[in-house]
Ligand binder design. Structure first.
Ligand code: PMP
Length: 313
């Protein structure tokens, strides 16, 4: 990024694509990771926050005096809080109490108002209550607008048109044989998966789901540590038609791989990054050398100091 930017919003995106060197062996496919923890705002969700707000502005749905209200399990709230403080919108975030304190603190730092909804050991029901509360707030606040990341087409669109296009440029001549990702809203999986499938028609799209929230695989929905994925709902923004396979990842495996990403590869990885790479490593073993698996690291370890990711070090 050359020259002087008018705001940090202009620096969103342009994250590195890195090949794992030590977590894969010589018999395995190569694994490439898009390091979104290095994005502005510390996660992949700043991209969707900016796009949902700018598309709503362009459509005349919001403008000066609007109040942005969103239910989120975390990073979308940070992204929206950041974009809203720069664009001078009041921002209200409704989120489950199972979300890490780091997320809550960052949203507050960016000036958002927060409403917490108790999880009661069922993330799916909690997200439904967060959504209902956000809609009720919208109806009671003048200028209220809910971007609705779970169904807003501007969420997958930014991954289809920007994140995936960055990836294709970074790949050069390299072909991708499998793309692996968890889903919260499904924006990442549908957007990146859709564009890459267009370029590589035989590419497998593999979903990872937390063991305690494997909704596609038909499992029971409880609480888990893989924040940002496994919200216990099948969102409208998840293009299930792309999906070839589901994989289930336990919290312990996600934590272990997230730690290994730091220790072995020096990469900033949150817990769902561990989930994604757990799936990618299984695929790399199965596909074998000469093939390429791609995944994303949606956020960084620095959003998890208070969680078991840092226990016992
Ligand atoms: N991991 C983390 C840490 C997230 O915050 C999110 C966003 N919910 C995801 C993964 C999943 O991304 P998406 O909403 O695009 O499915």
């Amino acid at each position: 990024m050359a020259g002087i930017l008018r705001s940090i919003l202009e620096a969103i995106g342009h994250t590195p694509l890195v090949e794992l060197q030590r977590l894969t062996g010589p018999e395995d496919a190569r694994v490439l990771v898009k390091v979104e923890g290095l994005n502005v705002g510390g996660s992949i969700k700043t991209r969707t926050a900016l796009n949902m707000i700018e598309v709503a502005e362009a459509q005349g749905l919001i403008g000066p005096g609007s109040v942005i209200i969103e239910p989120t399990s975390g990073n979308q709230g940070i992204g929206l809080a950041l974009v809203c403080c720069l664009k001078r919108y009041r921002c209200i975030i409704v989120m489950p109490d199972s979300v890490s304190i780091e997320r809550l603190s960052l949203m507050k730092l960016y000036g958002a108002e927060i409403e917490i909804i108790p999880d009661h050991d069922n993330i799916g029901e909690c997200m439904e209550r967060c959504m209902a509360r956000a809609l009720a707030l919208r109806d009671s606040i003048s200028g209220g607008y809910v971007p609705q990341q779970f169904e807003n087409p501007s969420n997958p669109a930014v991954h289809r048109d920007k994140t995936a296009v960055e990836i294709l440029e970074q790949l050069g001549e390299v072909q991708v044989d499998a793309f692996c990702s968890g889903f919260g809203t499904g924006g990442t999986l549908s957007g990146i998966g859709g564009t890459l499938r267009g370029r590589f028609p035989a590419m497998q799209v593999v979903v990872v789901e937390p063991e305690n929230a494997a909704i596609l695989a038909g499992g029971a929905i409880g609480s888990h540590l893989q924040m940002g994925i496994g919200d216990g709902i099948i969102p409208a923004n998840l293009n299930t038609g792309l999906i070839n396979e589901m994989m289930i990842v336990s919290d312990d495996e996600a934590l272990d791989i997230a730690r290994q990403l730091a220790l072995q590869e020096g990469l900033p990885a949150g817990i769902s990054s561990g989930s994604n790479v757990a799936g990618a490593l299984r695929l790399a073993r199965r596909l074998g050398s000469g093939k390429t698996v791609l995944t994303v690291l949606p956020d960084s370890y620095d959003r998890y100091y208070s969680t078991p990711l840092f226990t016992g070090l």
